[in-house]
Design a protein around this ligand. Structure first.
Ligand SMILES: [Fe+2]
Length: 502
């Protein structure tokens, strides 16, 4: 990271930035910078001007007036060779956030970028373009993460994944938590404080997003690589479905967009937000990014683990009809070596009842079994060459085979699921976890479970997809180092997990 003030006029570098009269505001890049959703010609760039990130009114201490924000894209990390530049007018209506769609770049290479507002210059961030369509020579290294509860711990795992310089960071949701300061993590209590009650209003959600981005480890993760982000439930409300009040849903969506490196196509209109989308890494991998919240039917028996007597009928939907058809069409059209389904909730069955009953989590695909079958059979019928489902939500690392009939031990794998643990949610992890050990034993398609915090580092080549299960042994204080606790691989044309390397 270069000095953010390297471009400042010498006379302005001394003294407090907030006293600089010409800009009318103080140092505005407190929430960091970000890039996202790369394609072969570019990516989106994000920042938000907020000299007082936690200002009570949610506007970050900015004046009412629009502010021009200059942006530059460089071919070199030192920021000497400008290849694209422009100016975006940041307005109060969108809390002076900036979403710039950069186009016309060369495919399959890194770029760097920064912003300038008034006399202030941001740090330099690193982005990448996707490889050219159909090309297969560029491997993909992506960090996968989810579930970062600020109150539960330090974002050490974000710093660790940033240090690995992945090509992409895939965030599968629970990027913030809506809960209030009074929402305690077990007997150990909270490590940090949300500084207010449960987020309900647009102002609340804006301040909560800003609080999270005051964390330097989170800012480092954004600056290190482009993100592909999708929300789960806690960006709005725990386990929400489409029954949530419209005003709250619209507020949460708007604040999410304002704070994330999403393309302008995702800018919400009221209660609707286009989050499901497809990204291609040449002919190597296609990422189908799903939205499992907005279009789903309500729970039949609550969100938790229940043996639900109500019929999970064939008309029930997780994705909504349009998104489901879009996904199945995507499998049919895909020519990628790997189809990666990036989504929020556990896909395969996890049955806690050792007997004939089905004690499963109703909020996950286990509560929408007909929809799961349509998607699973869909990729089989489409002839998708290799399918891996990447999952968040569960606050533990899991890996398992995906089968069509979980009650038939002879049902053969049709793909694999890799579920990433939380960045912090749940607090410090543990080595032994009897309840989940029982789940492993009772569900033979599940192969691995780790109750620590961390992230996944996934390396994709034409022959192999390798997942390193990274853990940090504590988050209740800073400073843990990331370790590779296990490594699993998938091989081309071999459905399911094939190799335990460590
Ligand atoms: Fe979570």
């Amino acid at each position: 990271m270069l000095s953010r003030r390297s471009f400042l006029a010498a006379g302005l570098t001394s003294g407090l930035p907030s006293l600089v009269p010409s800009a009318g505001f103080g140092e505005p890049f407190t929430l960091g910078i970000a890039s996202g959703d790369p394609d072969p010609g570019g990516f989106v760039l994000w920042t938000r001007l907020a000299p007082e990130p936690l200002a009570e009114d949610g506007f970050g201490g900015m004046p009412d007036t629009p502010v021009p924000v200059d942006w530059q894209v460089f071919a070199d990390p030192a920021g000497k060779r400008v290849v694209r530049s422009g100016t975006h007018l940041a307005v109060r209506e969108w809390v002076h956030s900036v979403h710039v769609t950069v186009t016309g770049l060369r495919p399959g290479r890194p770029y760097w970028y920064r912003f300038k507002a008034g006399p202030y210059v941001s740090p330099i961030g690193r982005a990448l373009t996707a490889p050219a369509p159909g090309t297969t020579g560029t491997p993909l290294r992506m960090a996968v993460c989810s579930c970062a509860n600020y109150q539960h711990g330090y974002f050490t795992a974000y710093a660790a994944l940033a240090a690995e310089r992945p090509d992409l960071v895939v965030n599968l949701g629970d990027y913030i938590y809506e809960q209030g300061s009074d929402h305690l993590l077990g007997p150990g209590g909270n490590v940090r404080d949300h500084g207010g009650p449960e987020a309900m209003t647009l102002t609340d959600y804006r301040r909560r997003h800003a609080l999270y981005k005051t964390d330097p480890d989170l800012r480092a993760a954004h600056a290190a690589a482009p993100w592909v982000a999708v929300m789960d439930d806690h960006e709005v409300l725990n386990n929400w479905t489409n029954l949530i009040p419209a005003v709250r849903r619209a507020a949460a969506f708007r604040a999410y967009y304002e704070h994330m490196p999403l393309r302008p196509a995702a800018r919400p209109g009221g209660t609707a937000m286009q989050l499901y989308r497809r990204l291609r890494w040449g002919g190597l991998a296609t990422l189908h990014v799903l939205d499992t919240r907005q279009y789903r039917d309500p729970h039949l028996c609550g969100a938790g683990f229940h043996d639900c007597p109500a019929p999970d009928g064939p008309s029930r939907t997780m994705l909504g009809l349009d998104q489901e058809q879009w996904l199945l069409d995507g499998f049919h059209r895909s020519r990628a070596r790997w189809d990666l389904v990036c989504q929020q909730i556990f896909f395969g069955q996890r049955d806690r009842d050792p007997g004939p009953g089905r004690l499963v989590r109703q909020d996950a695909w286990d509560g929408y079994t007909a929809a799961r079958m349509r998607v699973s059979e869909g990729w089989l019928q489409a002839g998708a060459r290799n399918v891996a489902v990447l999952t968040g939500d569960v606050h533990a690392h899991w890996a398992g085979d995906i089968v069509l009939d979980y009650d038939d031990p002879a049902s053969r794998p049709i793909g694999a699921e890799l579920a990433v643990t939380s960045i912090t949610s749940g607090g410090d992890g543990r080595d032994i976890d009897p309840a989940t050990d029982a789940l492993l034993n009772g569900n033979p398609h599940l192969k691995l479970h780790l109750s620590h915090r961390g992230y996944l580092m996934v390396d994709v080549t034409m022959t192999t997809l390798t997942a390193a299960f990274k853990i940090v042994r504590y988050v209740s204080r800073p400073g843990a180092t990331a370790e590779t606790a296990a490594t699993l691989a998938l091989q081309d044309r071999v459905p399911g997990l094939v190799t335990a390397l460590a």
